[in-house]
Design a protein around this ligand. Structure first.
Ligand code: SAM
Length: 230
């Protein structure tokens, strides 16, 4: 694991206060106006995650964990595609409350005739997980924007180590870690996460890209890693 070539300054987005205030506001907005709040990196990134999981023939009963689930949007989309074992964690209790509120509202929508499975949401800090959580096992772990936020700190190195320790505990052998970032390139993500426990499988292709100054680009980088067999 190396952090060479990574030169991103710490920011407010790397603090829990920022996210606590943000989700307090988003929960109030949801209660008042039904606005579910921000979908980070847009619906295109969500669709890429879902398309990747379906195209790679991920079993619908796979245990899937979303780290830093925010408003729970990715997990709700996965539920709508038939995935049935879904867990989301976030270190902000208000994000967990918002995720519960948005998924319950979806269950209660009048035109939803089929009974929907429950999505489990709970409060958890990736850098200080409870021992009982570490005994759980998942086939797929997702991160959209969470490592990006966590990395905006002077403590990036320690946070990365704690993050990889958590992955080591909760990923099944051959389990996949799917990470989406706007801050880091493919090579940087590989330098940070690839190494002793994870090996890179593939990049998640963009559904569309933009062109600027003759160069092609996409708005977020998606990379899949697999836990090595021991
Ligand atoms: C950019 S938002 C992304 C939210 C969501 N994944 C999405 O794509 O909409 C970053 C999320 O990471 C969460 N987060 C940051 N640090 C965390 C930590 N140490 N443990 C758990 N969640 C964390 C924040 O509360 C926030 O919900």
């Amino acid at each position: 694991m190396s952090e060479k070539n990574v030169d991103i300054a710490p920011s407010q987005l790397g603090t829990k206060d920022f996210w606590d205030n943000r989700y307090e506001m988003e929960l109030a907005n949801f209660e008042e106006n039904g606005d579910e709040g921000e979908i980070w990196f847009g619906t295109a990134a969500e669709n890429r995650i879902i398309k990747y999981l379906i195209d790679s023939k991920t079993a619908k009963d796979s245990e899937i964990l979303d780290l830093g689930c925010g408003n729970g949007s990715v997990l709700r989309k996965l539920r709508s595609k038939g995935f049935s074992r879904l867990t989301g964690v976030d270190y902000c209790q208000k994000a967990v409350d918002l995720s519960n509120a948005t998924s319950k509202a979806e269950e209660e929508e009048e035109d939803n005739e089929e009974e929907m499975i429950d999505i489990k949401f709970e409060q958890l800090d990736i850098t200080a997980p409870r021992p009982d959580f570490l005994s759980l096992k998942f086939d797929v772990v997702l991160d959209k924007g969470t490592w990006d936020a966590m990395s905006l700190s002077e403590e990036r190195g320690d946070r990365l180590k704690a993050y990889i320790d958590l992955l080591d505990n909760v990923l099944n052998e051959n389990g996949r870690f799917v990470v989406f970032s706007c801050n880091f390139t493919l090579n940087e993500l590989q330098e940070q996460f690839g190494g002793s426990i994870l090996e890179m499988v593939c990049e998640v292709p963009a559904t569309h890209s933009f062109s600027f100054g003759g160069k092609q680009g996409v708005t977020s980088t998606g990379v899949v890693f697999r836990k090595k067999t021991s």
